[in-house]
Ligand binder design. Sequence first.
Ligand code: DI6
Ligand code: FE
Length: 407
Amino acid sequence: MTWDVLLTDCRAATMAENGQPYGAIDDAAVAITGGKIAWIGKRADLPSSDSKETVKLGGRWVTPGLIDCHTHLVYGGDRAAEFELRLKGATYEEIAKAGGGIASTVKATRAASLDDLVASAGKRLAELTAEGVTTIEIKSGYGLSLEHERKQLTAARKLGESNPVTVRTTCLAAHALPAEFAGNSDGYIDLVCNDILPAIARENLADAVDAFCEKIAFSTAQTRRVFETAKRLGLPVKLHAEQLSDQGGTELATEFNALSCDHLEYVSEAGIDAMAKAGTIAVLLPGAFYALRETKLPPIDGFRKAGVPIAISTDHNPGTSPTLSLLLMLSMATTFFRMTPEEVLLGATRHAAKALGLQQSHGMLKTGMAADIAIWSVDRPAELSYWFGGNPCAGIIKSGAWVKQCA
Ligand code: DI6
Ligand code: FE
């Protein structure tokens, strides 16, 4: 057996369960073959074998490539003007009701060509991946018609084909009511269930289906119709749940074995229990919490006590979370939510993989898993959420190939 790449003289935060914090291995070696981890353990135990390439990492830490499991990365325009309005006193709900907010991004997204969308999102993707992100979820939801949802999802697929990153796509057609359906939200849900989702599924453009269940978006009854359609089409579901109020969307989502419920500031104890029973991941989004100046904290202790795994993501979107740094989100999750550095790193690796249904192949450094590896110039893993601003990512390997070589 000859390895393709052998990493030595490093410390590994494997994020697997091995009885150590961070699943850590001191003085580790990682062997890569055929894009996968062929061996990982203590360097002293490394089986003797040739390697085409051996890289000494000078004691640096390696982690699984980071996973950003909830983004709206593909859209036209931006909302800097709305940002300025909000700072003059308008609320998110007021802006949404006045036809601004999501609606203005829908307009810009519909006006953009496929190439425009790939180009603008590609720049943002480059910023995120520079911090060691090797897997990202990208939602539609700014097209709100078959033609434009298809265009958004096609752009997301193209980004995955042309960049060293795994892209998982999610159809969020039930994100907002398009202007042409004003006063007829049931009519729009008909379109979503009868036309948009079946076509998107047929064309293999989505890996999952999401909805925004909220007073300013869709009801639980409408969300149920979307989920029933997804189930019929064989697609897993996720939900923007209890972001601004408790709608009971979480309980509904768990009936459909949702991969994740996301936001969750207003989730009830019953919702948490339902998530624990269904094995649904809680995806927390500190960027939106920050940008909306939310004061209600998501119930971290409730999730901990019930054993609901927590993921952390950027929720990158032009309205409520225009961030390009997953590491900054990890810092915010420690400071705002009082999560531990280990919890937040799990949230961007193992638990984020599970929120995407990728737990068999991604999110841990383990034999047989994808060789998606981030190399960090830090002395301890806590530094990944301790610093805010700055990028300690020294090297990146995606599917066994170097994306960024260590200097
Ligand atoms: N919740 C959010 O935070 C984003 N979408 C959602 O359902 C906001 C999207 C936007 O304002 O453009
Ligand atoms: Fe979102």
